[in-house]
Design a protein around this ligand. Structure first.
Ligand code: FEO
Length: 399
């Protein structure tokens, strides 16, 4: 029998592990070890469930719930987020607990109605609204566009716990449910991965929300997100890390992403990388088609520059690189510089096109040089690219 895990007096994790998942949110976010969908049960005079799980795992969640309350009723269900990884099981839940009162933000109610069609007489809540369940008071905090219009968090002051939904999530599926079992660096690295791939475009919102949380002057003993482990020992560190992520705090680091059929663009990438790397800039070099796109996004988050290279195919850039640039545009990165490069045969337009697209992404160019190589780079050409990398390393330090 699946059991709940007690996380505080009268509070339980009743979520599920999805160990086999390798593609989170379709193909958008490749992951290595699976994830969790976290739901939480608060047992008070009124019993409250915070979020549900993916529909296919609902039986597991129900089993965990019943391990605590057996056949007692659930009075309230909080829909902190309507995205199906958290609301997919909601309809099944309501079939089993038809008298439960469902709470969601205004945007959440609208989305739930459009996704599941049936009106469950939702109770709309906004920031500052509370729900008293007996000895606990749940205070709702909307966090629109972190990362959907409807997301919200729930704070329980009597227990000093913040149920943060997607915020502060990470893909660490484990029965060791607290951060300390995994160590600070792994937890922050996984949180960075999650932030870069899910939350990055909404940094301004995150900074404003962190300010709101600070202004509320609340004590947070535990942060319980909707994915991964619960922050208990490292709450201060994850709050600080989010401040850094959202500010695009960057190191002397450059990410080079390229695609190359006959290795000529790759030779340019490697010469540039050597120039940067031998002059004090951390270099991350990725052939796009050989690399998890989520790793590239994570490395990009704290880089000062992105170099994008492509050979020329049918008078255009490699379609994979075009897709990467499209993704880059949607990420709304700030404070970074960029540069295109690539080898061509009989059409010299791709590097200029990459540079134009980088500029369109809000990424100004690192320099005015057009790094377009006709066919194979000679030794002299490679030395020139290496020297340029060395020079640009100095520019990187000024950003
Ligand atoms: Fe974990 Fe936005 O869903």
């Amino acid at each position: 029998m699946k059991q709940a895990i007690q996380i505080k007096e009268n509070m339980y994790w009743v979520g599920v592990h999805d160990f086999q998942l390798r593609h989170f949110h379709g193909d958008l976010f490749p992951i290595e070890d699976g994830t969790t969908y976290n739901a939480y049960l608060i047992v008070d005079e009124e019993i409250t469930l915070i979020d549900t799980v993916e529909e296919e795992f609902m039986d597991v969640m129900m089993e965990r719930i019943r391990s605590v309350i057996q056949d007692r009723p659930i009075h309230n269900v909080i829909v902190q987020h309507a995205e199906p990884d958290h609301s997919g099981g909601f309809v099944k839940f309501m079939e089993q607990y038809p008298d439960a009162h469902a709470y969601a933000s205004n945007a959440g109610v609208n989305i739930m109605l459009k996704q599941y069609f049936h009106d469950y007489a939702y109770r709309k809540v906004k920031t500052g609204d509370t729900l008293c369940t007996g000895k606990y008071t749940l205070t709702f905090m909307e966090m629109p566009m972190i990362h959907w219009p409807d997301n919200m968090m729930t704070y329980v002051k009597e227990a000093d716990i913040l149920f943060s939904n997607d915020a502060f999530g990470q893909h660490i599926p484990s029965y060791d449910i607290y951060d300390e079992a995994h160590g600070l660096s792994k937890c922050l690295d996984k949180a960075k991965d999650y932030y870069a791939n899910i939350v990055m475009p909404y940094g301004d919102r995150v900074l404003a929300k962190l300010k709101d949380i600070q202004a509320m002057n609340i004590h947070i003993d535990m942060i319980a997100p909707a994915h991964g482990i619960i922050w208990k020992k490292y709450t201060a560190q994850i709050l600080e890390a989010y401040q850094e992520f959202a500010s695009f705090a960057a190191k002397d680091k450059v990410v080079i992403v390229y695609e190359s059929v006959w290795h000529h663009t790759q030779m340019m990438a490697e010469a540039l990388a050597e120039g940067f790397g031998r002059n004090g800039t951390c270099v991350k070099l990725f052939q796009y088609s050989h690399t998890s796109s989520s790793l590239i996004m994570k490395e990009l988050l704290d880089a000062k520059a992105i170099l994008v290279g492509s050979g020329c195919y049918n008078n255009a850039m490699n379609p994979a690189i075009a897709g990467f640039l499209e993704k880059l545009k949607s990420c709304k990165v700030k404070g970074k510089k960029g540069l295109g490069f690539g080898s061509y045969g009989w059409f010299n337009g791709v590097t200029k096109d990459i540079n134009a697209r980088l500029t369109d992404c809000g990424i100004p160019l690192l320099c005015e040089d057009i790094l377009a190589q006709n066919y194979t780079p000679s030794e002299e050409d490679l030395n020139r690219y290496m020297e340029l990398g060395a020079q640009l390393s100095k520019e990187i330090k000024k950003i």
